[in-house]
Design a protein around this ligand. Structure first.
Ligand code: GRF
Length: 207
């Protein structure tokens, strides 16, 4: 196997997706070289520290504005050699200047079958709509809100779901599985845009 791909993970909260990456691809296809949080004291930070992964907080209030924060964040990730940036519950939008620092190398996990229910409260949106099928999407990040090219999706039928908690419990495991698989595929160079349709992500056969 080639050298593990150095990656960065951006978090804001609990960090179960970060934990899934620490427990799977970290030290194999990838090496988590940095974890940055937009929130001081986010439980996700302790998960990284427990495994000796460098962490830093980039709280919006500490900077003149979002652009300044994003620039400082991109600089820190670059200094750590990150070749892929994984958003794992990161609750801030990333502007074009940040994305341009990591072209085609920022991915996100979202608890709905995009393009349905983008943005915050996706599960609550789906329940309010009355869907019978829920799901998870891992996608490349563009300057929109959860609008970049899809990498992996998985659906789950929950016809009787009524509360966000029961949907979240069913989707968490899918998030962890799909995000780890997407990182492994990216690390192996198995993902590329379809020349016929750049919105479509092709996965190499052995991916
Ligand atoms: C997950 O539901 C993810 O899909 C969404 O934010 C949540 C993060 O959860 N983007 P955790 O912090 O990884 O447990």
């Amino acid at each position: 196997m080639s050298e593990p791909l150095p990656i960065a993970v951006l978090v804001s909260g609990t960090g179960t997706n970060l934990q899934a990456l620490l427990d799977t691809v970290h030290g194999r296809e990838a090496r988590i070289a940095a974890v940055a949080s937009s929130v001081e004291g986010a439980p996700a930070l302790a998960r990284a520290q427990a495994r000796g992964v460098p962490t830093r907080v980039f709280a919006r209030a500490d900077y003149a504005g979002r652009a300044a924060r994003d620039e400082a964040l991109a600089d820190w990730l670059g200094e750590r050699g990150a070749r892929l940036v994984v958003l794992a519950g990161y609750m801030e939008l990333l502007g074009e200047p940040f994305l341009a620092r990591f072209p085609g190398a920022v991915i996100n996990v979202h608890p709905s079958l995009l393009p349905a229910f983008p943005g915050l409260g996706a599960i609550e949106q789906a329940l309010a709509y009355g869907v019978k099928v829920f799901g998870v999407t891992v996608h490349f990040v563009d300057a929109g809100v959860d609008s970049g090219p899809v990498i992996l999706q998985r659906a789950v039928e929950l016809p009787d779901a009524r509360e966000p908690g029961e949907v979240l419990a069913a989707l968490r495991a899918l998030e962890h599985e799909l995000l780890a698989r997407a990182v492994a595929l990216f690390a192996r160079g198995a993902l590329r845009a379809d020349p016929q349709n750049p919105r479509r992500t092709l996965i190499e056969a052995d991916g």
